[in-house]
Design a protein around this ligand. Structure first.
Ligand code: PAF
Length: 278
């Protein structure tokens, strides 16, 4: 497995890679969700690059950049076992030199939902992903449906800037208790981890509601989430899955998204509801 740490080496290396080539951008601390993206890329491409870069631009000043889980040796072991051919681990100083001054803002998606609660976050995501796509020039890039808004934003950026990459969305991977895999799950205490199960339970509850009223659907989610005293709700949203515009009547496929705090840890989850008009 080739490990590349400089932008110059990567620029040279990609000229020799065999295509189709898949890129899996990550911030490390790899889990089953990442492995699903990696396995998809390895099975669909001749070459796969996995990037590991904890991107300071996408963390707000009060967020956990310094404490974000990092375990490079473990990540490299996992990637070796997964037969990944190339790992790209740029340094922050080379990726964002001190005079760095160009940012990508996907206005249509950067201010809603997660963007409202985490202003500036998506500018950081779009900028890092844009740079990675330009540097690595993959045919395919893989992202998880758990971060549904991130995927929409990256698809829009890819179209707007004519980057020409096929963006692949991979379904959310859940642990046996239904909790979606996320690097931040590591921060949860035992009782918080138990409480976190209610996110998926609330998404299951909404599927049982025989109504096309958004209020009825949201009430089912609130009822489920508020059973758990450790949970503080940030938002519950039912939106058009292509635009993220909030909808008032469910008469077509919609995206149910939730964001909560479990103690101090912020968790998100979502579900594509497509049985309401049957
Ligand atoms: O989803 C993530 O882990 C990050 O937002 C990404 C896409 C790797 C960009 O830093």
């Amino acid at each position: 497995m080739k490990v590349i740490t400089t932008l110059g080496d990567m620029a040279e290396y990609i000229l020799k890679l065999t295509h189709p080539m898949g890129l899996v951008p990550t911030m490390g601390s790899l889990h089953q969700g990442h492995l699903e993206l990696i396995n998809r890329s390895c099975s669909e491409n001749v070459s796969t690059i996995v990037s590991i870069f904890v991107n300071p631009l996408q963390f707000l000043p009060n967020e956990d950049f310094d404490n974000y889980p990092r375990d490079l040796n473990r990540d490299l072991e996992i990637l070796k076992k997964a037969n990944v051919d190339t790992v790209f681990i740029p340094t922050v100083t080379e990726f964002y030199p001190s005079d760095f001054s160009t940012y990508v803002d996907v206005e249509k998606f950067s201010k809603k939902l997660e963007g409202k609660s985490r202003p500036g976050h998506f500018r950081g995501v779009a900028t890092v992903v844009c740079k990675l796509l330009i540097l690595c020039r993959p045919d395919y890039a893989y992202f998880g449906q758990k971060d549904a808004q991130q995927v929409l934003l990256i698809r829009q950026m890819n179209r707007d800037l004519n980057l020409g990459v096929s963006i692949v969305t991979v379904p959310t991977v859940r642990d046996v208790d239904g909790v979606a895999f996320s690097s931040r799950n590591k921060y949860l205490s035992n009782s918080e981890r138990k409480a976190a199960r209610v996110l998926y339970q609330s998404l299951l509850a909404v599927q049982e509601v025989k109504s096309s009223s958004v209020d009825d659907l949201k009430n089912a989610i609130f009822k489920s989430l508020t059973k758990e005293p450790l949970i503080k709700i940030d938002y519950v949203s039912i939106s058009d899955p292509d635009t993220l515009e909030e909808i008032s009547v469910v008469n077509k496929k919609c995206l149910v998204s939730i964001a909560v705090y479990v103690g101090k840890i912020r968790l998100i989850d979502n579900f594509l509801l497509d049985n309401m008009w049957r």
